[in-house]
Ligand binder design. Structure first.
Ligand code: SF4
Length: 249
């Protein structure tokens, strides 16, 4: 039964990986999404959004680059980089706080901008350009202050799956232990209920060793669309034939 589940998840993951690029709806704001999807001109917007994506709702965190652009009046790298830390804190904090932890996040962004200027000549896409290995990309994100393994692998996964950035390999891109993903893996019988995140991560590595994070998106979509916490729409879920928890009807 697990093999059928694995095949379906891998198939769906590959479908997404091989689909042509199209703008991704990171937020519900089309202008914010336009900035985040413009990896060519504003790769640092993507990096800043990743830095903000902690300790607050993702949709709100991914809005920060655009709201910051509105407050500063530009999002050119040189202008952002020239901002003193106090100015950046001011823009992030007033008139309303852009992040739950604005002072710390402003410090993290300021430090990332300095690193990008120094290490990548002001072009954040240096983090992922020229086909590095997945481990190298994850490592480069980890070098940014405030970015942990979860965000670093999520960033590499989005670059590969959504932006179609080519890496030398995909071994080091793990699945993200998101609440939807955990629920779906549990109901599919792929991990124990309330098991630690490591169980999910290693299960995904065992199921899809060449690219464990490939399973992230199919599981997330199942959880968001059909396998809700209190309601299961098994009749519409593409896992219904294989899932041990599928209910009739
Ligand atoms: S078949 Fe039902 S229980 Fe299984 S993953 Fe799909 S919605 Fe969830």
């Amino acid at each position: 039964m697990t093999d059928g589940i694995r095949k379906l998840l891998v198939e769906k993951g590959k479908e997404e990986l091989e689909a042509p690029w199209r703008p991704y709806p990171f937020t519900k704001d089309k202008d914010a999404d336009k900035l985040l999807n413009d990896l060519k001109h504003y790769p640092h917007a993507f990096v800043i959004a990743c830095i903000c994506d902690r300790q607050m709702k993702a949709e709100k965190a991914w809005l920060v680059p655009y709201l910051l652009q509105q407050r500063i009046g530009t999002f050119e790298f040189s202008s952002l980089c020239a901002l003193a830390i106090e100015n950046l804190k001011h823009h992030m904090g007033k008139p309303t706080s852009l992040h739950r932890f604005t002072p710390t996040t402003a410090k993290n962004i300021h430090s990332a901008l300095a690193l990008i200027a120094h290490r990548y000549g002001g072009d954040a896409s240096g983090i992922w350009k020229r086909k590095p290995s997945s481990a190298e990309v994850v490592y480069r994100f980890l070098e940014l202050r405030g970015v942990g393994v979860k965000i670093a692998t999520m960033a590499a996964n989005i670059l590969a799956r959504t932006f179609k950035v080519k890496f030398r390999d995909y071994y080091s891109i793990d699945i993200s232990p998101d609440v939807h993903v955990r629920r779906v893996f549990t109901r599919l019988g792929l991990m124990r209920e309330k098991a630690p995140n490591e169980e999910l991560i290693y299960r995904a590595r065992a199921l899809s060793p060449e690219f464990p994070g490939l399973l992230d998106s199919p599981a997330f979509e199942i959880g968001r669309n059909w396998c809700r916490p209190k309601k299961r729409m098994c009749g519409e879920c593409f896992m219904r034939e294989e899932c041990p928890s599928a209910s009739a009807g």
